[in-house]
Design a protein around this ligand. Structure first.
Ligand code: BV8
Ligand code: ZN
Length: 244
């Protein structure tokens, strides 16, 4: 199977990658189906919504601060580095991710499309103020505070600049991702349950146009039915084997 996947990549002219929470699991970041401990009593679908934020902004900010703290302690793992290397040697043209953890960028991926935003960016709930907390050096101030963060321009509540359930994806990112999928002759799908739309359309768009689908996952997923090659295993162990 591995050699079949390597052959598909070697022959491809325009390969892309599509990743989900599973690629960051070996970095110690819980996947969406794998929340444990403190957040066991909540499902992300209940917290990552505009309704939850309206009802209890303190709870939602506590959830995101908890995740920011976990992500700050995390490092990219060999899977992130393998995709960055495949881009560097010209095999991968882009990485499309559902993750908000910034680890692909940290591992060196250049052409990165974040379909669901980025946990280290905040935006105002009223005006068009946005801030990249890593850029402004305010990550720790945000993570340590217990206060509801306010917009420095208009005083309204700030929210995480991520896409919640029921919210549309950023138009530009979605168009770019669909455009890449339409041009791709191969897609490596890594660590996603493939159940959240419209992101989950990506592998299907590649397949519909005759592209090949390689899936890396520890178990079957919503993508497996269209996979030409299913590499069962941990992303951090399988992906480095695809890099010469
Ligand atoms: C929208 C950011 C409409 C926030 C996230 C049909 C069509 C269109 C929409 C819908 C539809 N049906 C329902 C919907 C609504 C909904 C949806 O899809 N719901 C699902 C639950 C059915 N979609 C939406 O709400 C989207 N918006 O449709 O808007 C609209 C349009 C116009 C105007 C108004 C409205 C928005 C969805 C985005 C939600 N935000 N994240 C945050 O992070 O806090 S989603 C979040 O969960 C992730 O980003 C990801 O996308 C998603 C699924 O998570 P995965 O990444 O797949 O992770 P998961 O835990 O599920 O799976 C991990 C996988 O890894 C597993 O397979 C596991 O086996 C594997 N794994 C584990 N360890 C490893 C591993 N693999 C390899 N190695 C390992 N070591
Ligand atoms: Zn504002």
């Amino acid at each position: 199977m591995l050699s079949h996947a390597a052959k598909i990549l070697a022959r491809s002219k325009f390969a892309i990658a599509f990743t989900g929470a599973g690629i960051s699991a070996e970095s110690g970041i819980p996947t969406f189906r794998g929340f444990n401990g403190l957040w066991k009593r909540y499902r992300p679908e209940e917290l990552a919504t505009p309704e939850a934020f309206r009802r209890d902004p303190h709870l939602v900010w506590e959830f995101y601060r908890w995740r920011m703290r976990k992500i700050l302690r995390a490092k990219p793992n060999p899977a992130h580095y393998a995709l960055a290397r495949l881009e560097e040697i010209g095999v991968l043209k882009a990485v499309i991710t559902q993750n908000v953890d910034d680890l692909h960028r940290e591992a060196g991926t250049k052409n990165l499309i974040e379909l669901h935003g980025n946990i280290f960016r905040v935006r105002c709930t009223s005006c068009d103020y946005r801030e990249n907390l890593k850029g402004s050096g305010r990550v720790h101030e945000f993570v340590e505070s217990r206060e509801l963060p306010r917009c420095p321009r208009c005083g309204s509540l700030l929210r995480p600049d991520v896409v919640w359930f029921g919210e549309p994806l950023p138009k530009e990112a979605l168009e770019k991702a669909f455009n890449l999928a339409e041009r791709a002759d191969a897609v490596i799908v890594v660590g996603t349950s493939g159940v959240v739309y419209p992101a989950a359309y990506i592998p299907y768009i590649v397949k519909e146009r005759g592209g090949r689908v390689i899936e890396v996952n520890v178990e079957r997923s919503g993508v497996t039915p269209v996979a030409d090659v299913f590499l069962r295993g941990k992303a951090g162990e399988v992906l480095p084997k695809l890099v010469k």
